[in-house]
Design a protein around this ligand. Sequence first.
Ligand code: SAM
Length: 331
Amino acid sequence: MVPPVIDIEKLFQALDESANILKEELHLSYLDALAESGENLFQNAVLQGVHSFTEKRLLKKYEEIHLNQFSNEQIRKAFQLAILKGMKEAVQPNHEMTPDAVCLFISYLFEKLTVSKPSLRLLDPAYGTGNLVTAILNHTNKAIRAYGVEVDETLIKLGFVGSNLQKHEVELFKQDALQPIFVDDVDVIVSDLPVGYYPNDIVAKDYELHTTTMDHSFIHYLYIEKAIRHLKEGGYFIGMIPNFMFTGEEAKNLNNFIKQNAIIIGLLQLPLSMFKNEKHAKSIFILQKKGDEAQIPKQALLVDLPSFSNKQAMSGMIQRIDSWFKTNIYK
Ligand code: SAM
């Protein structure tokens, strides 16, 4: 039986109210307080040194919530609502959580690309809050070993708490993902890429795609190279990239790098209406690392996605993508 939607609201309220209590008492940001509160809920205890009256108030809120009565998707969505609320306070565009509809759509693409694999290794090198990875884990029956790398302290705490609350084992590394990471090559990399300049020129020099013409290299280029390096042969990269990725002087190097090392499976442009500013619009880019298992599709999947809220157009698009997979991938 599908639990009623009202429960998401109930869980959101408990997270929100308890986060506000901790925010006030400990003078934290809402997002840090939310991470603390989520950890309390998971451990069924108040882990911070707070006034005994505050502790009682918090325990009362946690006692009203029985996590095992919620599905993982309900927990993800309630947590997502609270994070969105916190992100309204202050967040850089590069730290934004991957939107729910995109997470669900990438989960669908992930399943389509990995039908033949009952178990696999998955990495997100820009893990953020883990919204993207946990959505994928919630929509699969595969045995997945998941890894995440994230440099931001608050986001990785939220990511850690979110995966705990959903009972997913995700191995997380708090570090710069462009420096060496200690994860063996994986079958799939998913990532909503950070976009802009990467300040560490010394690390950038280790990448073929470092700039020779600008002050700093593009982080979104280095991430593509990093992803290809960490995939097994025939492995897939499913990334959210800026629409302007292939424009400008440096794009030639990126195109050559991709041609040498990977096969372009698809480029799916997200609806512009999803973005406050067209300059920040993104697409979903799918690559397969070259290798014996890799197969060049007759034609890459190139589409402009309709608005996710347009059910009819979306269902037509899914049929089109399903049939593209039949002709090009499951041959
Ligand atoms: N998919 C994530 C989610 O659902 O929350 C959102 C990813 S967000 C668009 C990009 C993330 O990349 C941010 O969380 C940012 O902190 C992280 N990031 C940026 N540069 C990084 C680096 N060098 N190493 C690791 N993470 C980095």
